[in-house]
Design a binder for this molecule. Sequence first.
Ligand SMILES: [Zn+2]
Length: 336
Amino acid sequence: MTASATDHPGPILGLDVGGTKIAALLVDDGDRELARRSFPVDGRPLADQVVAAARSTLDAVGAEVRPAAIGIGAPGQIDPEAGTLRLAVNLSEAALPIATIVGEALGVPCWVDHDARAAAAWLYQRAGGSESLGSLAYLSVGTGISAGVIVDGRLLRGVSGLAGEVGHLLAVPEGPTCACGLSGCLEAVAAGPAVARLAADAVAAGRGGALAAGADAAEVYRLAEAGDEAARRIVADVGRHLARAIRGLALAFGVDHVVVGGGLARAGATFLQPILDELERERRASALVREAIGPQHIELLPAGMEAGTWGAVHIARSGLRATSPDPDQRREVADG
Ligand SMILES: [Zn+2]
Protein backbone atom coordinates (compact mmCIF):
# COMPACT_ATOMS: atom_id res chain seq x y z
CA MET A 1 0.00 0.00 0.00
CA THR A 2 1.36 3.41 -0.88
CA ALA A 3 1.53 6.02 1.82
CA SER A 4 -1.57 8.17 1.73
CA ALA A 5 -2.43 11.50 3.27
CA THR A 6 -3.95 9.76 6.27
CA ASP A 7 -0.76 7.76 6.90
CA HIS A 8 1.18 11.02 7.12
CA PRO A 9 -1.36 13.72 7.83
CA GLY A 10 1.01 16.03 9.69
CA PRO A 11 1.17 17.12 13.33
CA ILE A 12 -1.61 16.07 15.68
CA LEU A 13 -2.68 17.96 18.80
CA GLY A 14 -4.09 15.89 21.65
CA LEU A 15 -5.89 17.56 24.56
CA ASP A 16 -6.65 15.61 27.71
CA VAL A 17 -9.36 17.50 29.61
CA GLY A 18 -9.46 16.52 33.28
CA GLY A 19 -11.14 17.80 36.41
CA THR A 20 -8.11 19.84 37.50
CA LYS A 21 -6.00 20.35 34.36
CA ILE A 22 -5.95 20.32 30.59
CA ALA A 23 -2.86 18.51 29.29
CA ALA A 24 -1.80 19.14 25.71
CA LEU A 25 0.55 17.17 23.48
CA LEU A 26 1.57 18.05 19.92
CA VAL A 27 3.29 15.24 17.99
CA ASP A 28 4.51 14.77 14.43
CA ASP A 29 3.84 11.80 12.14
CA GLY A 30 6.67 9.86 13.75
CA ASP A 31 5.22 10.37 17.26
CA ARG A 32 7.99 12.80 18.18
CA GLU A 33 6.83 15.31 20.77
CA LEU A 34 6.82 18.86 19.40
CA ALA A 35 5.24 20.47 22.46
CA ARG A 36 3.78 19.43 25.78
CA ARG A 37 1.87 21.81 28.04
CA SER A 38 -0.40 21.67 31.07
CA PHE A 39 -3.03 24.23 32.06
CA PRO A 40 -4.93 24.32 35.36
CA VAL A 41 -8.73 24.23 34.98
CA ASP A 42 -10.34 27.37 36.40
CA GLY A 43 -13.80 28.88 36.59
CA ARG A 44 -14.07 30.05 32.95
CA PRO A 45 -16.38 28.25 30.50
CA LEU A 46 -14.78 24.90 29.70
CA ALA A 47 -14.80 25.36 25.91
CA ASP A 48 -12.95 28.71 26.25
CA GLN A 49 -10.30 27.02 28.36
CA VAL A 50 -9.82 24.17 25.87
CA VAL A 51 -9.51 26.63 22.96
CA ALA A 52 -7.00 28.72 24.95
CA ALA A 53 -4.96 25.61 25.81
CA ALA A 54 -4.87 24.57 22.15
CA ARG A 55 -3.83 28.06 20.99
CA SER A 56 -1.16 28.42 23.64
CA THR A 57 0.35 25.02 22.79
CA LEU A 58 0.43 25.82 19.07
CA ASP A 59 1.86 29.31 19.73
CA ALA A 60 4.75 27.65 21.54
CA VAL A 61 5.94 25.96 18.32
CA GLY A 62 5.29 28.86 15.94
CA ALA A 63 2.91 29.55 13.08
CA GLU A 64 4.66 27.22 10.62
CA VAL A 65 3.46 24.13 12.51
CA ARG A 66 -0.21 23.65 11.73
CA PRO A 67 -1.95 20.57 13.12
CA ALA A 68 -3.81 18.27 10.73
CA ALA A 69 -6.32 17.39 13.44
CA ILE A 70 -7.14 17.85 17.10
CA GLY A 71 -8.30 15.09 19.43
CA ILE A 72 -9.95 15.79 22.78
CA GLY A 73 -10.22 13.19 25.53
CA ALA A 74 -12.74 14.06 28.25
CA PRO A 75 -14.66 12.33 31.03
CA GLY A 76 -18.42 11.83 31.13
CA GLN A 77 -20.88 10.88 28.43
CA ILE A 78 -19.33 11.55 25.04
CA ASP A 79 -21.12 11.36 21.72
CA PRO A 80 -18.21 11.06 19.26
CA GLU A 81 -20.53 11.42 16.24
CA ALA A 82 -22.05 14.67 17.48
CA GLY A 83 -18.79 15.81 19.08
CA THR A 84 -20.51 16.59 22.39
CA LEU A 85 -19.66 15.92 25.98
CA ARG A 86 -22.06 15.92 28.92
CA LEU A 87 -22.44 14.53 32.43
CA ALA A 88 -18.76 15.09 33.20
CA VAL A 89 -19.58 15.44 36.88
CA ASN A 90 -16.30 17.13 37.79
CA LEU A 91 -16.53 19.60 34.88
CA SER A 92 -19.93 20.36 33.44
CA GLU A 93 -23.18 18.46 33.24
CA ALA A 94 -24.77 20.28 30.30
CA ALA A 95 -24.21 19.03 26.74
CA LEU A 96 -21.30 20.89 25.19
CA PRO A 97 -20.49 20.69 21.44
CA ILE A 98 -16.81 20.83 22.27
CA ALA A 99 -15.47 19.33 19.00
CA THR A 100 -17.31 21.91 16.89
CA ILE A 101 -16.32 24.84 19.09
CA VAL A 102 -12.62 23.91 19.22
CA GLY A 103 -12.50 22.85 15.56
CA GLU A 104 -14.05 26.12 14.37
CA ALA A 105 -11.94 28.29 16.68
CA LEU A 106 -8.70 26.72 15.42
CA GLY A 107 -9.81 25.99 11.85
CA VAL A 108 -8.75 22.35 12.20
CA PRO A 109 -10.83 19.12 12.16
CA CYS A 110 -11.51 18.08 15.75
CA TRP A 111 -12.89 14.95 17.41
CA VAL A 112 -13.80 14.18 21.02
CA ASP A 113 -14.07 10.86 22.81
CA HIS A 114 -14.00 9.45 26.30
CA ASP A 115 -10.61 9.93 27.98
CA ALA A 116 -10.11 6.54 29.65
CA ARG A 117 -11.54 4.71 26.65
CA ALA A 118 -9.18 6.50 24.27
CA ALA A 119 -6.23 5.79 26.57
CA ALA A 120 -7.23 2.10 26.63
CA ALA A 121 -7.42 2.01 22.83
CA TRP A 122 -4.00 3.63 22.55
CA LEU A 123 -2.42 1.27 25.10
CA TYR A 124 -3.99 -1.72 23.38
CA GLN A 125 -2.70 -0.68 19.97
CA ARG A 126 0.72 0.08 21.44
CA ALA A 127 0.89 -3.38 23.04
CA GLY A 128 0.31 -4.99 19.65
CA GLY A 129 -3.50 -5.16 19.64
CA SER A 130 -5.39 -8.42 19.45
CA GLU A 131 -2.31 -10.29 18.20
CA SER A 132 -0.77 -10.09 21.66
CA LEU A 133 -3.61 -9.14 24.02
CA GLY A 134 -7.20 -10.35 24.03
CA SER A 135 -8.43 -7.96 26.63
CA LEU A 136 -7.34 -4.86 28.48
CA ALA A 137 -8.84 -2.48 30.97
CA TYR A 138 -7.29 0.90 31.65
CA LEU A 139 -8.35 2.23 35.04
CA SER A 140 -7.74 5.94 35.48
CA VAL A 141 -7.60 7.22 39.06
CA GLY A 142 -7.30 10.99 39.30
CA THR A 143 -9.85 13.69 40.08
CA GLY A 144 -12.37 11.09 38.94
CA ILE A 145 -12.24 7.34 38.35
CA SER A 146 -13.23 5.61 35.14
CA ALA A 147 -12.17 2.70 32.97
CA GLY A 148 -11.72 1.95 29.30
CA VAL A 149 -12.45 -1.71 28.61
CA ILE A 150 -11.45 -3.77 25.58
CA VAL A 151 -12.82 -7.31 25.40
CA ASP A 152 -11.98 -9.71 22.56
CA GLY A 153 -10.47 -6.80 20.64
CA ARG A 154 -13.55 -4.60 20.93
CA LEU A 155 -13.67 -1.37 22.90
CA LEU A 156 -16.84 -1.31 25.00
CA ARG A 157 -18.83 1.88 24.63
CA GLY A 158 -22.30 0.78 25.67
CA VAL A 159 -25.62 2.03 24.33
CA SER A 160 -25.45 5.02 26.70
CA GLY A 161 -21.77 5.69 26.03
CA LEU A 162 -21.20 5.27 29.76
CA ALA A 163 -19.58 1.81 29.77
CA GLY A 164 -16.63 1.90 32.14
CA GLU A 165 -17.85 4.65 34.49
CA VAL A 166 -16.88 2.47 37.42
CA GLY A 167 -16.19 5.53 39.59
CA HIS A 168 -19.92 5.61 40.29
CA LEU A 169 -20.30 2.00 41.37
CA LEU A 170 -21.08 1.59 45.06
CA ALA A 171 -17.98 1.20 47.23
CA VAL A 172 -19.26 2.15 50.71
CA PRO A 173 -22.99 1.86 51.53
CA GLU A 174 -24.21 5.18 52.98
CA GLY A 175 -20.75 6.59 52.30
CA PRO A 176 -19.78 10.18 51.43
CA THR A 177 -21.75 12.12 48.85
CA CYS A 178 -20.36 11.92 45.32
CA ALA A 179 -20.27 14.71 42.71
CA CYS A 180 -22.73 12.57 40.67
CA GLY A 181 -25.46 12.92 43.30
CA LEU A 182 -25.24 9.44 44.80
CA SER A 183 -23.46 8.49 47.98
CA GLY A 184 -20.69 6.00 48.65
CA CYS A 185 -19.43 5.88 45.05
CA LEU A 186 -15.92 4.54 44.44
CA GLU A 187 -14.94 8.04 43.32
CA ALA A 188 -16.15 9.49 46.62
CA VAL A 189 -13.77 7.28 48.62
CA ALA A 190 -10.78 6.62 46.34
CA ALA A 191 -10.24 9.51 43.86
CA GLY A 192 -7.85 12.42 44.49
CA PRO A 193 -10.32 14.78 46.24
CA ALA A 194 -11.49 11.89 48.45
CA VAL A 195 -7.92 11.20 49.56
CA ALA A 196 -7.53 14.88 50.49
CA ARG A 197 -10.84 14.79 52.37
CA LEU A 198 -9.82 11.65 54.29
CA ALA A 199 -6.60 13.43 55.29
CA ALA A 200 -8.55 16.50 56.49
CA ASP A 201 -10.92 14.21 58.45
CA ALA A 202 -7.97 12.46 60.11
CA VAL A 203 -6.40 15.81 61.07
CA ALA A 204 -9.74 17.11 62.44
CA ALA A 205 -10.14 13.94 64.51
CA GLY A 206 -6.67 14.40 66.03
CA ARG A 207 -5.20 11.29 64.36
CA GLY A 208 -3.55 12.97 61.38
CA GLY A 209 0.06 12.04 62.22
CA ALA A 210 2.37 14.13 60.02
CA LEU A 211 -0.56 15.15 57.78
CA ALA A 212 -1.39 18.84 57.53
CA ALA A 213 -4.98 20.09 57.27
CA GLY A 214 -4.68 21.07 53.59
CA ALA A 215 -2.73 18.00 52.39
CA ASP A 216 -3.60 16.94 48.85
CA ALA A 217 -3.50 13.36 47.53
CA ALA A 218 0.12 13.64 46.34
CA GLU A 219 1.18 14.77 49.82
CA VAL A 220 -0.72 11.89 51.46
CA TYR A 221 1.11 9.39 49.23
CA ARG A 222 4.44 11.11 49.86
CA LEU A 223 3.95 10.83 53.62
CA ALA A 224 2.76 7.23 53.30
CA GLU A 225 5.97 6.42 51.44
CA ALA A 226 7.92 8.09 54.25
CA GLY A 227 6.20 5.75 56.72
CA ASP A 228 3.61 8.03 58.36
CA GLU A 229 0.97 5.74 59.90
CA ALA A 230 -2.01 8.08 59.35
CA ALA A 231 -1.17 8.46 55.67
CA ARG A 232 -0.55 4.73 55.31
CA ARG A 233 -4.03 3.98 56.70
CA ILE A 234 -5.64 6.23 54.08
CA VAL A 235 -3.54 4.76 51.28
CA ALA A 236 -4.42 1.22 52.41
CA ASP A 237 -8.15 2.04 52.37
CA VAL A 238 -7.90 3.51 48.88
CA GLY A 239 -5.99 0.43 47.73
CA ARG A 240 -8.71 -1.85 49.11
CA HIS A 241 -11.44 0.03 47.24
CA LEU A 242 -9.47 0.03 44.00
CA ALA A 243 -8.64 -3.68 44.29
CA ARG A 244 -12.37 -4.39 44.53
CA ALA A 245 -12.96 -2.26 41.44
CA ILE A 246 -10.29 -4.24 39.57
CA ARG A 247 -11.86 -7.49 40.72
CA GLY A 248 -15.17 -6.06 39.43
CA LEU A 249 -13.63 -5.29 36.02
CA ALA A 250 -12.14 -8.79 35.83
CA LEU A 251 -15.37 -10.53 36.79
CA ALA A 252 -17.87 -8.29 34.97
CA PHE A 253 -16.00 -8.05 31.68
CA GLY A 254 -13.62 -11.01 31.72
CA VAL A 255 -10.55 -8.83 31.26
CA ASP A 256 -7.33 -10.38 32.56
CA HIS A 257 -5.03 -7.42 32.02
CA VAL A 258 -5.45 -4.13 33.88
CA VAL A 259 -3.29 -1.03 33.53
CA VAL A 260 -3.75 1.60 36.23
CA GLY A 261 -2.93 5.26 35.56
CA GLY A 262 -4.09 8.76 36.41
CA GLY A 263 -2.79 11.30 38.92
CA LEU A 264 -2.82 9.03 41.97
CA ALA A 265 -0.92 6.26 40.16
CA ARG A 266 2.07 8.61 39.90
CA ALA A 267 2.82 7.65 43.51
CA GLY A 268 4.12 4.37 42.04
CA ALA A 269 4.63 1.41 44.37
CA THR A 270 3.08 3.28 47.34
CA PHE A 271 -0.12 3.44 45.29
CA LEU A 272 0.04 -0.04 43.73
CA GLN A 273 1.13 -2.20 46.65
CA PRO A 274 -2.05 -1.78 48.77
CA ILE A 275 -4.07 -2.76 45.68
CA LEU A 276 -1.97 -5.90 45.16
CA ASP A 277 -2.13 -6.73 48.88
CA GLU A 278 -5.93 -6.67 48.87
CA LEU A 279 -6.17 -8.66 45.65
CA GLU A 280 -3.80 -11.24 47.12
CA ARG A 281 -6.06 -11.50 50.17
CA GLU A 282 -9.05 -12.03 47.87
CA ARG A 283 -7.15 -14.56 45.75
CA ARG A 284 -6.26 -16.56 48.85
CA ALA A 285 -9.93 -16.57 49.88
CA SER A 286 -11.46 -17.35 46.51
CA ALA A 287 -10.63 -19.74 43.68
CA LEU A 288 -12.93 -17.61 41.54
CA VAL A 289 -10.76 -14.53 42.00
CA ARG A 290 -7.59 -16.62 41.53
CA GLU A 291 -9.00 -17.72 38.21
CA ALA A 292 -10.15 -14.24 37.18
CA ILE A 293 -7.00 -12.18 37.66
CA GLY A 294 -3.41 -12.53 38.80
CA PRO A 295 -1.06 -9.89 40.20
CA GLN A 296 1.24 -10.26 37.18
CA HIS A 297 -1.58 -8.87 35.02
CA ILE A 298 -2.00 -5.64 36.97
CA GLU A 299 0.48 -2.97 36.11
CA LEU A 300 1.01 0.71 36.61
CA LEU A 301 1.28 2.98 33.66
CA PRO A 302 5.06 3.51 33.39
CA ALA A 303 6.26 6.78 34.96
CA GLY A 304 6.24 9.61 32.45
CA MET A 305 3.83 7.87 30.07
CA GLU A 306 0.90 10.22 29.56
CA ALA A 307 -1.82 7.85 28.36
CA GLY A 308 -4.41 10.63 28.50
CA THR A 309 -2.76 12.92 25.95
CA TRP A 310 -1.63 10.00 23.76
CA GLY A 311 -5.21 8.74 23.90
CA ALA A 312 -6.33 12.17 22.65
CA VAL A 313 -3.82 11.95 19.78
CA HIS A 314 -5.28 8.50 19.04
CA ILE A 315 -8.78 10.04 18.89
CA ALA A 316 -7.67 12.55 16.23
CA ARG A 317 -5.92 9.90 14.13
CA SER A 318 -8.94 7.59 14.36
CA GLY A 319 -11.15 10.51 13.30
CA LEU A 320 -8.95 11.22 10.29
CA ARG A 321 -8.96 7.53 9.33
CA ALA A 322 -12.72 7.22 9.71
CA THR A 323 -13.32 10.19 7.40
CA SER A 324 -10.62 9.23 4.89
CA PRO A 325 -11.77 8.94 1.26
CA ASP A 326 -9.51 5.86 0.99
CA PRO A 327 -11.56 2.83 2.17
CA ASP A 328 -8.36 0.95 3.13
CA GLN A 329 -7.76 3.64 5.72
CA ARG A 330 -11.18 3.34 7.34
CA ARG A 331 -10.29 0.18 9.23
CA GLU A 332 -10.73 0.52 12.94
CA VAL A 333 -8.21 -0.35 15.62
CA ALA A 334 -10.16 -1.46 18.66
CA ASP A 335 -12.83 1.00 17.59
CA GLY A 336 -10.47 3.70 18.89
ZN1 LIG B 1 -20.85 8.97 41.90
